[in-house]
Design a protein around this ligand. Structure first.
Ligand SMILES: Nc1ncnc2c1ncn2[C@@H]1O[C@H](COP(=O)(O)OP(=O)(O)OP(=O)(O)O)[C@@H](O)[C@H]1O
Ligand SMILES: [Mg+2]
Length: 511
């Protein structure tokens, strides 16, 4: 079988860091090829080299026999290589359909002159592009949302929209950077099948970077594994999965069954720290929260679980006052937060690590962390907290001077959590801390969260991984389409047959 894409000795060095240290592999034509490895392994950097974001410092990249390394990005896109991004890059204010259509200028036959004088050819072209875009949206079941703002779509739908947009370019090779991040198991399964259908329907070659092992193992025919820029394994999924080097560096013990529940430990007091009553939020005409009430007691870890789009992130944002609330109240430590600005919350003792991380790309890791502590006057306290952050995430310690925007996806996630801790919050809100994190590190993140709670920080956790969330929490609320459908101790919910479907992402069956 001929190779659609070949890398030979590709190296990418940034300053003193060998992000990719001489990687070689062939991606067979019409295959689904996996590229996996721990956070910071160099996967996204490989994509950046292939798509012309960077010219590799050494080595050769060929697309169907033609050298492409060092070519400008637009030329590589024209040749037929399209990608999606690890951090979603949609135009949030534009409609779903417009987001797909923006990609079409590359493939239209009409010239600029046709466009200016609005010739028949231009009109035909435009209509054809619209049809094609709607077709793609239909494939991803987004056609009903065509006129909706992209930013109002749940995370999983935004990821699918990015793939639809990449397909507008009629690529021969499609590079997907963590398409299943933020999807629950049921959605990930659908995506995995869609990737295979896409390959067959559009005659594509797909390279998949993904931390969701169910998806990787089910979809990929061949897998290349990297760690710290180097190749550590290559082969068929079954062999790679058993490879001791892969187990040690990447997969860890991380089977869901091995998760130890901590919810027997009830160190919480009766003192209610966060009291949310009848919270309502609308997005345009859509009722996103239909009256959410919940409480978090001092010392507790409370989990908010539920399907994508159920309103979990919206609840956190409403509490953090980063979006407008229609009605309802939020009280923190006895104080009504109505009228409090979002930025004042840190001073009151509330910190959040948001979905999408929101780190400062042009500040260094150290500066990002210091920003998190801007309410702390005592430099000794800041220094101690910096030490704690580095102990929690040693990778950050290695990278204090690196710009936040150049960190890998997983490294940014670590920074986001560490930064939220820098203010020494009484209440820490975490939105999907495991998103984009390699399996072996997910264990470590949840251990870290447990340690943070034991040291006295109260935590409100939103997490797609229901099993993990319930193992870490004392109590939980299950959201279904903007309402609290169930609540109780994590232990009771974990054994509740109505919730067990949610482990698989099926949602909660209330009948
Ligand atoms: N422009 C840059 N300058 C300095 N370092 C960089 C730059 N781009 C990437 N790096 C570093 O190179 C390493 C590889 O990053 P890359 O984004 O390729 O990792 P990744 O395998 O995609 O990880 P993740 O699974 O966390 O997304 C990381 O440690 C990252 O911090
Ligand atoms: Mg990456």
């Amino acid at each position: 079988m001929s190779a659609a894409l070949s890398l030979s000795g590709v190296e990418m060095v940034f300053g003193g860091l060998r992000a990719v240290g001489g990687v070689s592999f062939d991606v067979p034509e019409r295959s689904i090829f996996g590229l996996i490895g721990p956070n910071g392994a160099g996967k996204t950097t490989v994509f950046n080299c292939v798509t012309g974001v960077y010219a590799p410092t050494k080595g050769a990249i060929t697309f169907r026999g033609q050298r492409i390394d060092g070519l400008p990005a637009w030329k590589i896109a024209d040749l037929g290589i399209a990608r999606t991004f690890q951090n979603i890059r949609l135009f949030g204010q534009m409609s779903v359909l417009e987001n797909v259509l923006v990609a079409s200028h590359r493939v239209t036959r009409a010239s600029l002159l046709d466009a200016i004088v609005r010739t028949r050819r231009y009109a035909d072209d435009e209509a054809a592009m619209r049809r094609k875009a709607l077709d793609l949206l239909k494939f991803f079941e987004l056609d009903d949302n065509a006129d909706q703002r992209a930013s109002s779509l749940p995370y999983g739908d935004q990821r699918r929209l990015e793939i639809a947009r990449a397909l507008m370019l009629d690529p021969k090779v499609l590079l997907l950077d963590e398409p299943a991040a933020g999807l629950n198991s049921a959605e990930a399964k659908v995506l995995e099948q869609q990737i295979r259908t896409l390959r067959d329907r559009f005659d594509l070659t797909v390279v998949l970077v993904e931390h969701n092992m169910q998806v990787v193992m089910a979809a990929c025919e061949e897998i290349h594994v990297m760690d710290r820029g180097e190749t550590i394994a290559h082969g068929a999924p079954a062999a790679v999965q058993k490879d001791p080097k892969v187990l040690e560096a990447y997969l860890g013990a991380g089977h869901d069954n091995a998760i130890a529940a901590t919810h027997t430990d009830a160190s919480a007091t009766a003192d209610v720290l966060l009291d949310v009553k009848d919270l309502r939020v609308n997005y345009g005409g859509i009722q996103a929260l239909k009256g959410i009430s919940l409480e978090v007691r001092r010392g507790e870890l409370v989990a908010l679980i539920g399907a994508n789009g159920a309103g979990k992130t919206t609840t956190l944002k409403a509490i953090a006052r980063t979006l407008a609330v229609k009605s309802g109240s939020v009280r923190f430590a006895g104080r009504d937060l109505a009228g409090v600005e979002a930025h004042e919350l840190v001073t009151l003792g509330v910190a959040m690590a948001p979905e999408g991380r929101a780190i400062f790309p042009n500040l260094t890791v150290r500066e990002n962390l210091e920003m998190g502590a801007y309410t702390v006057d005592d430099p000794k306290v800041v220094a101690t907290r910096l030490d704690e952050a580095v102990t929690l995430f040693p990778r950050l310690g290695e990278r204090m001077k690196q710009l936040g925007g150049t960190l890998s996806g997983g490294e940014q996630q670590m920074l986001s959590i560490a930064r939220a801790l820098m203010s020494g919050p009484a209440l820490l809100m975490l939105d999907e801390p495991s998103l984009g994190i390699a399996p072996v590190l997910v264990d470590q993140i949840f251990e870290a969260i447990d340690r943070i709670r034991r040291k006295g920080t109260t935590i409100l956790l939103v997490e797609q991984n229901t099993r993990r969330a319930l193992a870490a929490a004392q109590r939980a609320y299950v959201l279904v389409t903007g309402e609290v459908a169930l609540s109780g101790t994590a232990e009771a919910l974990a054994n509740d047959p109505r919730v067990q479907g949610a482990y698989l992402g099926e949602g909660v069956h209330l009948d």
